[in-house]
Design a protein around this ligand. Structure first.
Ligand code: HEC
Ligand code: HEC
Length: 251
């Protein structure tokens, strides 16, 4: 059946003069571009780490308001529906690193990251069209409050485990100050939880941080990470993916 259709189509295409085909292709390309352009407005570009005078986590924009609001969990659950397409209904993300785990992340960090993505301070073209479905600062607070209700998964994607000892040494020397002994981060200071995050995602982030592509990154962290050799980056990421935060199981 499918073969017959294919053959008929082939036959029909042979009957159409090539000039018409070319203009048809041009037209559909144009329509495609137009629909993509209207469906997905390009993200704005806010000043990031590459700009002079960049101040990390400057208290400005919708973030400031969202941080003072009490989230409505029910509305947050509705708003999260579209997010679950990528981050999964459980908030576990994917071990292949395409989508980070959100469950267990500090609410302040969630709000900051979404606000940065919406402002174009953290480039995320895949998520941007969905990030802007959140209507206002209240909905940023809502979705962040809902994510806090999700039980924290324990089976994150792990690294190869070959360089964990070296990674721990580096982590204890350079990262503990901000991300904590157990990768618990610091909610007040907007330092993210690293414990339980997928190896592949951490690997991409640390590369982006080292190369200046994560434009909303903390400059004190970048100073350290950009001096790392590829082997050190690999080792510290391997170690990070093994950290179990004791509090994680308590929810
Ligand atoms: C089309 C897929 C997709 C959808 C839908 C999506 N995201 Fe994301 N999100 C991503 C990707 C990809 C990243 C990581 C990008 C990167 O590597 O920098 C991300 C990152 C994040 C982060 C940062 C996590 C961290 O550890 O820093 C937060 C917070 C987040 N998303 C929240 C949301 C919320 C809330 C929604 C719904 C309004 C949503 N996302 C919808 C793909 C998506
Ligand atoms: C001065 C404090 C500080 C130090 C030191 C620091 N970090 Fe960070 N780190 C941060 C902050 C803040 C963020 C979130 C950046 C932002 O605002 O988007 C972050 C983000 C990250 C992320 C991305 C997390 C996510 O969910 O997307 C990784 C991975 C990371 N740090 C690893 C490290 C490693 C490894 C070290 C040590 C080599 C380190 N950090 C040292 C403050 C720090």
């Amino acid at each position: 059946m499918r073969k017959t259709i294919q053959r008929t189509m082939q036959f029909k295409f042979q009957m159409i003069p090539s000039a018409v085909l070319v203009s048809l292709a041009a037209l559909s390309l144009l329509l495609l571009t137009a629909s993509v352009a209207t469906a997905q407005p390009p993200a704005p570009k806010a000043k990031g780490i590459e700009s002079e005078g960049y101040q990390w986590n400057e208290m400005e924009g919708e973030k400031v308001e969202a941080l003072t609001l009490t989230g409505d969990i029910e509305n947050g659950e509705e708003a999260y529906e579209i997010c679950s397409a990528c981050h999964l209904p459980s908030g576990a993300g994917r071990p292949d690193g395409t989508f980070p785990q959100l469950a267990g992340q500090h609410p302040n960090v969630i709000i900051k990251q979404i606000a940065d993505i919406r402002a174009g301070r953290r480039d995320n073209p895949i998520m941007y069209p969905f990030a802007i479905t959140l209507t206002d600062p209240q909905e940023l607070a809502d979705v962040s409050a809902y994510i806090q209700t999700l039980p924290i998964p324990t089976d994150n994607g792990k690294g190869p485990g070959t360089n964990v000892a070296m990674g721990k040494e580096l982590y204890d020397r350079d990262c503990v100050e901000c991300h904590g002994n157990n990768g618990e981060g610091n909610a007040e200071k907007f330092y993210p939880v690293l414990a339980g995050q997928h190896y592949k995602y951490l690997e991409r982030q640390i590369g982006d941080i080292a190369e200046g592509r994560r434009r909303n990154a903390n400059p004190d962290m970048v100073k350290i990470v950009k001096e790392y050799s590829p082997e050190q980056l690999e080792a510290v990421t391997d170690y990070m993916s093994t950290i179990e935060w004791p509090d994680r199981q308590k929810k």
